[in-house]
Design a protein around this ligand. Sequence first.
Ligand code: BES
Ligand code: ZN
Length: 444
Amino acid sequence: MRQDHLDDFFTFLRFPSISTDDAYSEKLGECAHWLVEKLTRIGLEAQLVSTPGHPVVWAKNKHQPGRKTVMLYGHYDVQPPDPLDLWDSPPFDPVLKNGFVFARGATDNKGQVLAHILGIEETMAEKGDLPVNLHLIVEGEEEIGSGNLPGFLKENRDSLGCDVAVVSDTGMIARGVPTLSYGLRGVTALEIKISGAKMDLHSGVFGGAVANPVTALAQLLASLHDKNGRVAIDDFYDKVKPLEEWEREAWRKLPIDGDKEILAETGAPGLFGEQGFSTLERLWARPTAEINGIGGGYQGKGTKTVIASHAMAKITFRLVPNQDGDEILKLAHKHLEKHLPPGVRMEITDGHSGPWYLTDPHSSFGEAAQHALKEAFGKAPALIREGGSIPIVSQFRDILGVETLLLGLALPDCRAHSPNENFPVENLEAGVKMNKAILQGLAS
Ligand code: BES
Ligand code: ZN
């Protein structure tokens, strides 16, 4: 790997661009600013566009009539690094170890964004120009639901006209196996607050006389699934598009053992989930309800005999074709209200949401993507769907009228969103090749 490429990577990773915490707003601004400078240096016209949240970086080459226009998209914001004590090295002080760069954002999404940038840089250096008209959009709010990006797309719809979008923010099924993802799950979130007494109570003096909000919350949350892991909300599965036999067959033939690998990657003692579906099917094509956080009551050392006045939980639903996020939230509200135990009050706050995405990997753009992956990795790509979500992808279709090619470079054990996130230098190198190939492949 060229030292200057690695230097760019390390500089990019040193910005603690944590979008969820306002305390880091200035750092996000600095990171965006660095990107604008880098993009200007490689010969693009780059600008910072402010939004009500974190700024969008927008870069273009000189557009010429008669050429295809390609939008590349990524994000410079990252998830919080917590818990810090589980990192082997500080999350914003990148280190290179055995060919892997360790830092928050190394995979999700700075390494993959840099692969776009370096692919553009090398093409411009070798050919003096790109073979296509380019828009590169790097946003700072993907990890918090891309709330301000649709506004940016709508405001600039005419200038942003393009033929296709390309995104590297998904995964590869295994090291060295290029992967084209043609589907993403959607996501929608809510937060529950259960309250009881106006203050924490002595559990001996009041226990037995009033309901305990933590117990009520536990009962309520337990009602979300049956014992086999199927979501127990009425009508939750009504709109789910059944998996087709060809797709099940194709996934069975992928060169991975989903069960073995998920067990090894996660260290979980066993697999668990909806019956009647393989692990990969449950991950890529079935919806879920997940409790992401729960709190309430005494968390300190030793015992405290108390009935907490409040308890809270954060929940997200992963959505699949053809579920609708607003409808799912309505069904969830109805379920929670129906199953709320007596003696407590409940407040539900809806959070961010993003729709699922499904496209055709065999369209002419899809074929071009498969070809570019083959060129970069020397093998035909695996065609898969993904369990994660990239909220803006469905908006590219709705607002700009274009399909998105998802050419991910994240390895299954990259630890995105976890401590010790990492990205292999070999994927940065392959990613640069892949970007050069896709720009060329989409030109004709
Ligand atoms: N890169 C991920 C999405 C992803 C991960 C897609 C793995 C496919 C495979 C992205 O940065 C992400 O984490 N998205 C969030 C979106 C949410 C915060 C709205 C997600 O999926 O939780
Ligand atoms: Zn992420």
